[in-house]
Design a protein around this ligand. Structure first.
Ligand SMILES: [Zn+2]
Length: 309
């Protein structure tokens, strides 16, 4: 058994212009760090397929899918919101990013791999059923969760989101859905300024104040996440792995360090061992300080590659 590493060349062609923090170099930095740390030799690489329309329709409205496809420009950039643009290659990346989560789900639920890390762009957790926002177009983690529920027949799936920004799109899709438990930490107040009033009893959100560090993360996980996860006993765990709560990140003000990502991943590996046959599907969300992003993602994946006992 092994850890799948799922990516696609189209992710490097989605480019929102000079100076945009959500840039192709993010994936290059992650891959370079994996190579430098000797992780790639033991990861199992897979190409992300395009998601099918049926798979994306589980998360997004048909009219929205048609509208973003139609917005794809032949040259230049087309803006879906002030932060989120499409270049001529972007929709290819968007479909493959959703497909990465489908592939990861098939590999992990099917038992071919122990767990998976999807190195994708664009990220997805701000995308709502009918709205692109915050660098996100399709909510890839939601497409994966819904594939696990509706194609693989799972009945309890957990979503863990430690990105510095609240995963408002994921919460919009799953708030009140008894098949899904979501636990999260995020800086508040900060974009998208949501999450303090959870949209359902299945949402366990922990807002953190500016400057909060790994001790605050540990308290949130220990006091809120773990009791909720243990009670729910998920059959699989999905991670919206954003690394922008790192103290080096330019877009936010939390103070996590590299080792915090190893710690939280270890805790989730233990939850998965207790309840989920070890099944974890993780996908990249944010993280904009390139060196810290690479190191933090490597800490995360190294723990995914290390079995529990
Ligand atoms: Zn973020």
């Amino acid at each position: 058994m092994s850890t799948a590493y799922i990516t696609h060349p189209s992710f490097l062609l989605h480019d929102m212009g000079p100076g945009h923090p959500e840039c192709p170099q993010r994936l290059t930095a992650i891959h370079a760090q994996f190579v430098a740390d000797g992780l790639t030799a033991s990861l199992r690489p897979f190409d992300a397929p395009r998601a099918t329309r049926e798979q994306v329709l589980r998360a997004h409205r048909a009219g929205y899918i048609d509208a973003v496809d139609a917005a794809s420009p032949e040259v230049g950039l087309a803006y879906l919101d002030p932060d989120t643009a499409l270049n001529p290659h972007s929709m290819d990346a968007v479909w493959h990013a959703a497909g990465a989560l489908v592939r990861a789900t098939d590999l992990v639920i099917g038992g071919e791999c122990s767990n998976a890390f999807c190195a994708v762009r664009p990220p997805g957790h701000h995308a709502q059923s009918d709205r692109a926002m915050g660098f996100c177009v399709f909510n890839s983690v939601a497409v994966g969760v819904l594939h696990a529920l509706e194609a693989h027949g799972l009945t309890r799936v957990a979503v863990v989101d430690f990105d510095v920004h609240h995963g408002n799109g994921t919460e919009e899709m799953f708030g009140g859905d008894e098949r899904v438990l979501m636990v999260s930490t995020f800086q508040y107040p900060l974009y998208p300024y949501s999450g303090v009033e959870p949209r359902g009893p299945n949402m366990h959100n922990v807002p953190l104040s500016e400057g909060a560090d790994g001790a605050a993360l540990r308290a949130a996980v220990t006091d809120v996440w773990l009791p909720a996860l243990d009670e729910f006993a998920p059959q699989a765990i999905y991670i919206s792995a954003g690394f922008d709560a790192h103290r080096d990140d330019p877009l936010a003000g939390l103070a996590f360090v590299d080792a915090d990502y190893a710690w939280v991943t270890r805790e989730l590996m233990q939850v998965a061992a207790r309840h989920s046959q070890g099944r974890i599907v993780s996908t990249l969300e944010g993280g904009y300080a390139l060196a810290a992003l690479g190191r933090s993602a490597a800490e995360h994946v190294r723990e995914l590659m290390t079995p529990v006992n």
